[in-house]
Design a binder for this molecule. Structure first.
Ligand code: ACO
Ligand code: OAA
Length: 447
């Protein structure tokens, strides 16, 4: 190639390269733009999709709460049938029966003790024998009544309802032994588990006869045994009575989102302290539609002295559509699985307990059960046969519901732990049914 041709060749090569470079550059820019605009599109698409999803979710939520409001309305209110949250503590499950942490209540009542079950409910698994022994030691220590609490108990009059005294015990202990980092929720739970029985017995005996009891009985006495000895002011306790009380404590220990437990969860969901949760729960348990029913059952049973009187009571109740305490249940519409278990003990005591056993009381109870089931299709709940069981254990009627507290402290505590472990403020919404758009009336113009 000649010099000129060479120069032309290099020039055209250069321009080709420049063209190709600028083409590639341009192409890259176009690509970047395309990618950018694609991203924008993707972003926009995702954004709209997200807001669309959000909208759908919100609409679904709104539809669900509307359905729930309608369901609540249809079911007659009271949040009947409404699932209010998750819990791994017990099932009052339709079709699954009642179980605590996966163990059937029938097996627990047959093979366990209340301390065993309390440990299971509080800590999620059955204890080893060493753990159970240590747990009982802690409970025995927790029985000791501080002098300030004794002072308070001595000032509570004899004619108050013992549930108000129990509520005060929880509240007052919260003053003198508050929940702190050191005195944590587990320690407080065990303290209350240990102290409720002795505090109740201390108040009861002092208020009725001025006797100051010693809260400790034996160093290995279970809660049931300690309670029976304290109530009867005796060094010994009938094993049948102790067993009946022990089984009743197992049956009363836990029952998912019942009113008192739910109340405790609501209270601690505001980050309130443990004692506030328990004090709330005791107040909620007190009413006769819930825990107070065991006492209410005994109040009518004690006025019935024959099958004829039982019939007269039932005829009158059916006629006037009166609630028959100890029957019906929010969840169990075909029978409470705990009722058959406690009924066995009521029967056993009526046959075998020489001092407190009453054959007629059991017969009358069974007669009432048969008629209410056959004629009203309402089944006995745990409170119905607990009444005749406690009565035949020599427990004063007004202490029936406080004994429920001694047991349910385990369920309440476990629910407080569970609520706190994954807390969210419990605050539902109401369906507003009041007046709207009223014009304000100044005070001077109001009629
Ligand atoms: C450990 C515990 O807390 S267990 C419960 C202890 N409570 C009692 O024993 C109190 C007596 N029982 C009752 O009041 C109720 O059965 C409750 C509160 C336990 C459950 O209430 P709900 O679920 O609202 O009852 P449910 O919807 O099944 O009632 C349907 C109907 O049966 C009636 N009914 C329910 N229980 C009874 C009863 N024990 N005696 C007479 N009628 C009853 C209701 O009044 C209602 O009648 P209505 O339709 O004419 O208004
Ligand atoms: O679950 C309920 O509503 C009441 C009850 O039986 C319990 O608390 O033991």
């Amino acid at each position: 190639m000649k010099g000129l041709e060479m120069t032309q060749f290099i020039t055209s090569l250069t321009s080709l390269y420049t063209f190709s470079f600028s083409f590639q550059q341009r192409h890259r820019e176009i690509n970047i733009k395309a990618i950018k605009s694609d991203n924008v599109k993707i972003f926009q698409r995702n954004y709209y999709k997200k807001s669309e999803n959000q909208l759908i979710t919100n609409l679904k939520k709104r539809k669900k709460s509307k359905q729930m409001a309608e369901k609540t309305k249809k079911s007659g209110g009271g949040l009947a049938g409404i699932v209010a949250g998750d819990s791994a503590i017990s099932t009052v499950g339709i079709g699954m029966g009642l179980n605590y942490r996966g163990y059937d209540i029938v097996d627990l009542a047959k093979n366990s003790t209340f301390e065993d079950v309390a440990y299971l409910i509080l800590f999620g698994k059955l204890p080893t024998s060493k753990q159970l022994e240590e747990f009982l030691d802690q409970i025995v220590k927790a029985r000791s009544l501080p002098s300030q609490l004794k002072d308070i108990l001595e000032r509570i009059p004899v004619d108050v309802h013992p549930m108000d005294m129990m509520r005060t015990v929880s509240s007052f202990l919260g003053l003198i032994e508050p929940e702190t980092k050191e005195n944590d929720q587990y320690k407080v739970a065990i303290r209350l588990l240990g102290i409720f029985g002795p505090a109740m017995a201390y108040w009861y005996h002092f208020a009725h006869s001025g006797v100051r009891i010693t809260e400790q009985t034996g160093p290995k006495d279970t809660i049931a045994c300690n309670l029976v000895k304290l109530l009867h002011l005796s060094q010994t306790a009938d094993p049948i009575i102790v067993k009946a009380v022990d089984v009743s404590l197992i049956l009363y220990a836990e029952h998912d989102f019942n009113a008192s437990t739910f109340a405790a969860r609501v209270t601690v969901s505001t980050l309130a302290d443990f004692y506030s949760g328990i004090t709330t729960a005791i107040g909620t348990l007190r009413g006769p539609l819930h825990g107070g029913a065991n006492e209410a059952v005994m109040q009518y049973l004690q006025n019935i002295h024959s099958i004829e009187e039982a019939n007269a009571f039932l005829n009158e109740s059916f006629k006037s559509k009166k609630l028959i305490m100890g029957f019906g249940h929010r969840v169990y519409k075909n029978g409470d699985p705990r009722s058959d278990i406690i009924k066995e003990y009521s029967k056993l005591l009526s046959e075998k307990q020489p001092k407190y056993g009453k054959k007629l009381l059991y017969q009358v109870s069974e007669h009432i059960e048969t008629r209410v089931v056959n004629e009203k299709k309402k089944f006995p709940n745990l409170d119905f046969y607990s009444a005749s069981t406690y009565h035949q254990c020599g427990v004063p009627t007004e202490l029936f519901t406080p004994i429920f507290v001694m047991s349910r402290i385990t369920g309440w505590a476990a629910h407080i732990f569970e609520q706190r472990a994954n807390n969210k403020l419990i605050r539902p919404t109401s369906n507003y049914t009041g007046p709207q758009k009223l014009s304000f009336v100044p005070l001077s113009q109001r009629l």
